[in-house]
Ligand binder design. Structure first.
Ligand code: SF4
Length: 212
């Protein structure tokens, strides 16, 4: 495992980053997945959302947040009055990690810390390229990718935070951590409704932090 930095072009151009990421072999996750799922959205977005990794449908489509979690995210964005066309959406890890259930069904598997760190140069490059005012980290994997492995999302959900100074990324967005839409899908009843409302509130708060 060499890490994504060996495949990273020296550019902030998003299109060139997308092209280069298609050839990434920085960790073993490319072997079983269909394709790299890079971020997408407005290159000048004030708001960037970061999830964990692509899921089954994202891996097939080659686009982030187009499956069940993506549909729930779209619903939350609409409720928060945030236009998805105006933001940038990506994941901490760009290939789908899964196990196979009986038959052919592919079951999501959480990426390891080593895989998250291996893939992080792509996320750093996206941050440097888009230079958003605000980054929303959805779920523990995304939060710990940028805020460190000791970061506890439950203790800081919905607060305005900053990125650590190390490594220097050349950008200094506000950071808000929130629940990943997949965690809301796994919830039931009142718990699910409460988590959805929290996600909407966090997205609305984050959108309000953008420079005007
Ligand atoms: S998960 Fe990231 S580091 Fe690993 S092969 Fe895919 S793009 Fe490269």
């Amino acid at each position: 495992m060499t890490g994504a930095q060996d495949y990273l072009p020296d550019t902030h151009d998003l299109d060139r980053l997308v092209q280069a990421a298609r050839r990434c072999r920085g960790c073993d996750l490319y072997r079983d997945a269909e394709q790299t799922v890079f971020g997408e959205g407005s290159a000048g977005a004030g708001l960037m959302l970061v999830g964990e990794q692509p899921g089954d449908q994202e891996d097939r489509a080659g686009r982030p947040f187009v499956g069940p979690a993506g549909r729930l995210l779209d619903k939350a964005l609409t409720a928060a009055e945030v236009d998805r066309d105006q933001i940038y959406v990506t994941n901490a890890v760009k290939h789908f990690k899964f196990t196979r259930a009986a038959g052919t069904r592919r079951i999501h598997k959480t990426p390891s810390r080593t895989e998250v760190v291996a893939c992080r140069p792509w996320l750093f490059a996206e941050l440097a390229s888009v230079d958003p005012d605000v980054v929303v980290l959805m779920g523990a994997t995304a939060a710990q990718a940028l805020l460190g492995s000791n970061f506890r999302l439950t203790a800081h959900r919905g607060e305005e935070l900053r990125l650590p100074a190390d490594p220097p990324l050349g950008v200094d967005p506000s950071v808000v951590t929130t629940t990943h839409p997949s965690a809301i899908l796994r919830g039931t009843g009142v718990d699910r409704a409460k988590k959805f409302d929290d996600l909407v509130a966090d997205l609305r708060f984050a959108a309000g932090l953008q420079a005007r």
